[in-house]
Ligand binder design. Sequence first.
Ligand SMILES: [Cu+2]
Length: 593
Amino acid sequence: MSTQDNEEASGTAPASAGRRTFIKASVATAAAPMILTSRKSGAQAIVVPPSPPVKFWQVELPTETKVLQPVAALDPAPLAWANVGAGECGRGDHPRYDQLCANPLFYELRARENPDWVFNPAYPPQPVWGWQGSDGQVTAPGPTFLARYGKPNIVRIYNELPQEHIGYGSPEISTHLHNAHNPSPSDGFPGDFFSPLKAGPNLSVPGQWRDHFWPNIYAGIDKFGGIGDPREALGTCFYHDHNLDFTAPNVLKGQIGFYLIYDDLDSGDEHDPNPAALRLPGPPYDYPILLQDMRFDANGMQTYDQFSPEGILGDRVAVNGKILPVLKVARRKYRLRVVNGGPSRFYFLHIVTKIGTSNVWQPFIRIATDGNLLPRPLYNHKKIEIAPAERADIVMDFSMYPIGTVLFMIDRQIQLDTRGPAGVGPSRQILKIIVDREPPEPDVSRIPLTLRQLPWINPAHIEAAPVRQFVFDRTNGQWAVNGQLFDVENPRAVVRKGDYEVWELVNPSGGWHHPIHIHLEEGRILRKWDIETGLEIPIQAWDRGRRDVYTLAPNTAMRIFLRFRDWEGKYVMHCHNLVHEDHAMMVRFDITA
Ligand SMILES: [Cu+2]
């Protein structure tokens, strides 16, 4: 274990943590009385009482994801620049707007409190900070976008959260669309948070709303023209708050939702007459599943400690906002898109049937990692390991089971604190799946032998690429990169647009895992190794595609090949253990002309 691991968590607040310190003083009453702190072997451990008992399998999930519908027009009409006079916050201008914003779809997305959300019938209705859907209901997670490459979206995001807020979370928002190839002013940069009352350090003025220009383009428009290189497509994305210092509590309170992107290849249409179309299972059999790790107090109210750099590990898993729910499925193939919504828990998942008390692992086909289709499907998989923010798309064929069959999604990850996984052990059930009906029409979906080609990387480019090293470790009880805390004003790396680089990510800690997320571009893992022994660590088949989360196990490092295409401006790389992110394990990097 490194000396950094043994450092006390409550060091002196650094100068750059002014906002964190201020908020801490003003709202510290919310969660603090719940937290008992003990110290063992010099390391601080958070001891919190377990959540009260819950009721099993009382709540049904909807049989299809709730889709956000576009609106006919936005009033006032969107502009490339901030319409401050009409109430928009002072964001930067949308770049390449005339080039890439022909015939957009318009969406309104309202961040609002739902005062009566029920996670489980054993717990009282309680407030969440969700998103209002087309039906007027505020849910957490929010409604799902079904986006299409080549069809730009202008999403007007209103911040209607209660501004006189006491408790964890902070009612400013900066919404990031993980990991879309989006222009910097619409990327949800942490310092771009806004509310009617407050503007982040990178905005000029507060506002009621902000337009996000999400053009749904592939990376590579400068080189390929049009909407870029289709081999760079993303599929399973999610939008979530990225507010400086408060991402973990705000996401836990509900500031998260799905954003699925289709194109001609992965069109979401099982009947697609285009011979090139994959015809994978499409909506409503294309079903995203968000896992969020939560903790509840003795009264059954969700609790969180946003001030501890150790965070709190949950002991209840919400599946699409419900604890221990039931999903009823038809006897046919489903595409299940599993997203780890954090904040700090890792999962080791199986889908099982029960024979007596034994779990029988069921096979499925893995088709995507981090939302990106793999070159070929991986057959006969029986487990999914995902760190915070990682995604796994699988196809599960429920036609193999008679009507009435009951299956469970179970988690076997042992995790004792927010440090990361500590092995695999006994299972706990998190979702019950019942095969309860025949599909209304024959299942014509299929899993072709090839999915999406990977862009070829010229080995000479890898050889010639400059290498930047980033070391993820602790400094004075905070989480740091290269010994420095996050600085929202100053980039730690400046990259020229169009360049490629190798980034070496190093985790010298003996105890902590860090799932590192790099905004804007996916990368390819070139190699992984143990930094103590120097031994190479094999790259698994499902890690060989394009990734946007790179999970560093303790005492390991990896090298990633990255390009920085099409956009200029400020972006971030950070640990997606949201507790580490909020406690400064983040780097601003700028892309310049
Ligand atoms: Cu971390």
